[in-house]
Design a protein around this ligand. Structure first.
Ligand code: GCW
Length: 685
């Protein structure tokens, strides 16, 4: 590693399966490039750590070795016949690779890592190391991998003063005191972690672009940004920046930022020339415009298409893209107004513009129509624009899911979203096929996520929150991977292959989302958090606010009526199958009931329980669930190193206390509102 930070899943602890046996004595690579160097160094380092033996790196030589070797090659090189006859080799895409063990009488087993590009080889090298960490016997390795999503991104919400919006793991790893951090060690280790899970694009600054960050695209900062971009580049990652839509005014001194103004257009074109002079493989811009008081084209009576197209035109000559966020809604709503529905906003704004965007614009859409709640419906905008590139946005940082103090494994939530069937082109039109560009022929598309990383030694605050980081990357690579596969990979790499560790941690992770949901806001209604920082229970925290986030609880019942029949009409934004399912109380799934309907507390769920009894039961179960997590973790004492064991235990203890606070506040609130007691007569205050 290049820094003293926790190694995450690139831990490479000694493995019994590699100890004492002769491993590969050489690693052959025919040419040298930054990316191949990164790949080969990683291989040598990982193998040395795990086996105690250090393979020699041979550049350009013939692979006539004494003993087993690893050979890294691109498809253009001459390879053994068994590989060439491998039809799959022809199907490798830009980032794909083949990993194959080939038995060789003289030399023993040889491993081939073949990519179409150097990047493919890098990904293949990380895959091989993953398998070795998992103690998969080398002779069994024979696979071909192609990523499903062209863009696999991370969004940082880092500010140049070093703070991170919604960051729960320390300060920024990129910025400090209005500058880019000069010690690159941490950034290199970060790039390794990201490349190991296939991430190929990273925007390094907050989408809320303040005064200082707007200047990242000026000569003052571009040399520093270019340095980071160079590190990323070796690891196959393109750097993106969030920009201020009004830059021509703030930076250029123009009187307007009107996207149809020729001076404004010219300003952006020249800006693009300048940026690409410093960063030839610059990815493009991420833009939050006309959203939560950020400037945008609305000021000039122009559309989101006008605004994004202007930027896209400037980046097009260099292959750059504009990632335009759809988190656009009225954040100055009157809580008395029951007709305005924030959930409708993205669809209402963007759907009518389908077909008006340039082909290097991508619309970035949050998984849900509200805002990364523990449970919400899937955004109906995803899949609703056949002629416009779309990209899915997840949130790894646990803003509403326990802020990395609580354990909440989000892979199950993301799987639900990815497998959700939109019915956009009939059955099987899943979100994962929208994002990957399989449903519609998108020029650019993929998945992005707001990252949970900071400069804490363990990257993510809660050590187990590393699983979310890892799991997200794996799903962005292959959304068909199962939760079980991802979890097993992560545990074995991060905590070793001991059966008890795998068993207990698997259960802890698998149950954690449901546990968190149980003691927080019920049945998909969301929110009920303290305003501003969003941590901890406050049922009415957002009830009389401007944010459009209400539960409408009174003495009779609660929930948001989003039906077409007599509600906000939101259900009508879905394709028929889903629209009907959500519209009707008979078919609306329990877990989203209060997201779609306003019902009496005595309404009976499909589970057979009334809403009020469900609230009580789930809240008691949720808090008890945290005690069970602690019990499981206790079993791993001695099997997990004391440092990480204690750190996680400390967080679990806090979670246990805090979950009781959630439980009692929610239960008491609804007991007092409804006047209906708990059937089991448990303590409610
Ligand atoms: O969830 C909200 C967050 C804001 C964030 C915004 C967004 C970066 O509370 O902190 O701003 O979403 O996604 O733009």
């Amino acid at each position: 590693p290049y820094s003293a930070a926790d190694r995450g899943w690139l831990r490479y602890e000694p493995r019994d399966s590699l100890q004492g046996l002769p491993v590969w004595s050489r690693i052959f690579v025919s040419e040298w490039s930054d990316t191949l160097e990164a790949a080969v160094r990683e291989l040598r380092y990982g193998i040395r750590e795990m086996s105690g033996q250090s393979p020699e790196i041979v550049v350009g030589g013939e692979s006539l070795a004494q003993g087993a070797f690893i050979r890294c090659a691109t498809v253009r090189e001459s390879l053994p016949n068994e590989l060439h006859s491998d039809l799959l080799l022809q199907d490798l895409n830009e980032d794909g690779y083949l990993l194959k063990h080939v038995a060789d009488k003289e030399n023993g087993g040889c491993l081939y890592i073949v990519g179409r590009t150097d990047k493919g080889i890098l990904y293949g090298a990380f895959h091989l190391l993953r398998l070795l960490q998992m103690e998969v016997p080398a002779e069994r390795i024979d696979l071909v991998e192609n990523p499903r999503n062209p863009l696999r991104m991370m969004n940082h919400w880092d500010n140049m003063d070093g703070s991170i919006e919604r960051g729960y793991a320390g300060r920024s790893i990129f910025f400090k005191d209005q500058r880019l951090i000069e010690d690159d060690g941490r950034i290199r280790d970060y790039a390794r972690l990201m490349a190991s899970i296939g991430i190929n694009g990273i925007s390094i600054n907050n989408v809320n672009v303040h005064e200082a960050e707007a200047r990242l695209i000026t000569a003052e900062y571009l040399p520093q940004v270019a340095r980071v971009a160079g590190i990323f580049s070796a690891y196959g990652i393109r750097l993106f920046l969030s920009i201020n839509y009004a830059s021509p005014m703030q930076l250029g001194g123009l009187a307007t930022a009107d996207p149809l103004d020729s001076g404004v257009r010219q300003w952006w074109k020249e800006k693009a020339v300048e940026i690409y002079r410093y960063i030839p493989d610059f990815g493009g811009f991420v833009v939050k415009a006309d959203s939560e008081h950020r400037p945008g084209p609305f000021t000039y009576n122009r559309t989101h298409a006008d605004g994004s197209n202007m930027l896209a035109e400037a980046l097009a000559p260099y292959g750059g893209v504009v990632i335009w966020r759809c988190f656009v809604y009225n954040c100055m709503q009157d809580w008395r107004d029951r007709t305005t529905d924030r959930a409708r906003a993205a669809y209402d704004h963007f759907k009518p513009l389908d077909g008006q965007f340039r082909d290097n614009v991508i619309l970035q859409i949050k998984n849900g129509p509200m805002d990364f709640q523990v449970r919400e419906a899937v955004s109906p905008l995803l899949g609703a624009m056949p002629q416009t590139n779309q990209m899915l946005e997840f949130q790894i940082t646990q803003e509403y899911t326990g802020q990395q103090k609580h354990l909440c494994y989000l892979v199950p939530q993301w799987k639900d979203v990815l497998d959700f069937d939109t019915y956009a082109r009939g059955e099987g039109s899943t979100i994962q096929r929208v994002a990957s560009g399989e449903l519609y022929d998108y020029k650019h598309c993929g998945i992005t996520a707001v990252i949970n990383v900071g400069d804490d030694e363990n990257w993510t605050g809660h050590t187990l929150a590393q699983a979310n980081l890892y799991g997200y990357g794996r799903l962005a690579w292959n959304p068909d991977l199962s939760e079980a596969e991802i979890t097993e990979e992560w545990i074995k790499q991060t905590f070793g292959t001991h059966a008890a560790v795998v068993e207990q941690l698997t259960t802890m992770l698998a149950e954690s989302w449901r546990i968190y949901e149980n003691y927080t806001s019920p049945l998909g209604v969301g929110w009920m958090v303290n305003p501003g920082h969003h941590y901890g229970p406050n049922v009415d925290g957002y009830e009389y606010s401007v944010w459009g986030t209400y539960h409408f609880a009174d003495c009779h019942g609660m929930g948001v009526n989003r039906t077409v029949k007599d509600g906000t009409g939101y259900t009508g934004q879905y394709f028929a199958e889903n629209a009907e399912r959500y519209e009707s109380l008979d078919s609306c799934p329990d877990e989203l009931l209060l997201f779609f309907h306003h019902v009496p507390y005595t309404h009976r769920l499909h589970s057979g329980k009334t809403v009020i009894q469900h609230i009580y039961d789930s809240h008691f179960e949720g808090a008890d669930g945290v005690e069970a997590l602690i019990e499981r973790w206790r079993l791993l004492e001695g099997l997990v190193d004391p440092k990480r064991h204690e750190a996680v235990m400390g967080r679990l203890r806090h979670q246990a206390e805090h979950s009781k606070e959630w439980r009692d506040i929610i239960n008491t609130y609804f007991y007092r509102k409804s006047g209906i007691g708990d059937e089991l007569k448990r303590m409610i205050y």
